[in-house]
Design a protein around this ligand. Sequence first.
Ligand code: AMP
Length: 144
Amino acid sequence: MSLDGTYDAGNIFAKILRGEMPSARVFEDEHVFAFMDVFPQAKGHTLVIPKHSQARNFLEAEPEIVGPLMLGVQRVARAVRAALNPDGLVITQFNGAPAGQTVYHLHFHIIPRWEGVPLGRHGEGMADPGELKALAEQIAAKIS
Ligand code: AMP
C-alpha cells in the first residue's frame, strides 16, 4: 500500500483497540495503547498506537494526537528500559509498504537492543503468548 489511501477500520490494530482481537497489553491511557509485538524483532519489542486517530501513517497524523502519542512512546520506552535493561533502544516507524509498513494504523516500534545480539527480521517468528504476557507485565510494572 502506498502513502495514499483511506483508513481501513478493519485493520488488526483497530480490532485490538476495539477488543475484537487479543493483545498482550502493556499500558493504556486516554490517548495511547501499548502492547507486545507478536512477531518480535527482539525480546521486549513493544508497539504504541494512538487510540483516537484515523491516520495510517505519521504523515497523516492529526496534529492534536502527535504530542500525546510521542509522550506515550517516551513513557513506554522508559518502562521497557527499566524492565529489561537493554544496552540500546530502537524507536522506529514505517510509512508505506516500500518503507516496510504492513499494518495501516499509525504505530511506533520500541525495540530493545543488547550488545552482540543481532536484530531479528521484521515480522518473522511468532512469540509464545505466555512469554509475551509475562514481558508485558514486567514492562507495565515499570510505567511511571
Ligand atoms: P509495520 O510493519 O511497521 O506495519 O509493523 C507492524 C507490526 O505489527 C509488525 O512488527 C508485526 O509483527 C506486528 N503485528 C502484526 N499483527 C500483530 C498482532 N495481532 N499483535 C501484535 N503485533 C502484531
